[in-house]
Design a protein around this ligand. Sequence first.
Ligand SMILES: Nc1ncnc2c1ncn2[C@@H]1O[C@H](COP(=O)(O)OP(=O)(O)OP(=O)(O)O)[C@@H](O)[C@H]1O
Length: 289
Amino acid sequence: MSMDAEPNRTSPGITSTPTRSNSHLIAVEGLTIRFGRQTILQDINVSIERGQTVAVIGESGCGKTVFMKTLVGLITPTSGKVKFNGTDLNSMSLAELTKTRRRFGFVFQNAALFDSMNIYDNVAFPLMQDGGYSDDEIPQLVRKHLNEVGLPDSVCEKFPSELSGGMRKRVGLARALMLTPELVVYDEPTTGLDPIMSDVINELMLDVRRRYPVTSIIVTHDMHTARKVADRVLMFFPRTRLRADEPQIIFDGSPSDLENAPDRRVRQFVRGEAGERLTELTQSANSSD
Ligand SMILES: Nc1ncnc2c1ncn2[C@@H]1O[C@H](COP(=O)(O)OP(=O)(O)OP(=O)(O)O)[C@@H](O)[C@H]1O
């Protein structure tokens, strides 16, 4: 393992330490997540500014999805805090948390559409749940958001099984935008798509940012997405392979700095080089023989 790490490097305007500034939509303070005896995240301190698009990268199993789910209150911290607009999610009543979650848009890896509902009903779903919309408003908003992701009105009558993977992802994005969220979280938005459709999704994510004053968090293995869409990248490293005193976020900075990051583990990851990981895996396989 490389020891030439320069942990939690910061770029101008970006901070990895907790602060009370109003520009922070999310402040994570001393976050630790354990499942049984397994520590997945340990003492994470990071703040995300309003309007920022943050890509979360790192090898499989390092805790990216757990981090993302904790940010939106789907996982309760073992210790530490996640503050949204200055309020600790864990201190909220269920009603307050539900209300806060309406300000989040979720774009899931498999689009997570309801198979038994047509596309219209899938996209209208958040409005129906939220209530308070007139019979005229709902069809208008459904069409507006579908058109924004490049889908024609005629798609409304179709069912998810009749659409390609790329179209389903676009429907998932349209649905996530229905309540004009303050925060959109994307879980592997380009996984399973061909390079052209992946770039369509990248362009749509950029378009969302241009159209709405939204803060975005993208969990991704796709370095093209991280470079093209994010203005900040956080790279997590698996807790089990770190020294006790090493921070778990081994890169925090601009995508343009990834390629020449001081930490060799970051450079190897973004270049897709196995490096010493291959030796580690071979040795652990041999020792278990
Ligand atoms: N609810 C849970 N209960 C127990 N363990 C869990 C739970 N959720 C996640 N884990 C464990 O936490 C670790 C991190 O999982 P996570 O899904 O966050 O990884 P990841 O970095 O997103 O990986 P990938 O890139 O493969 O999706 C894994 O070892 C996983 O098995």
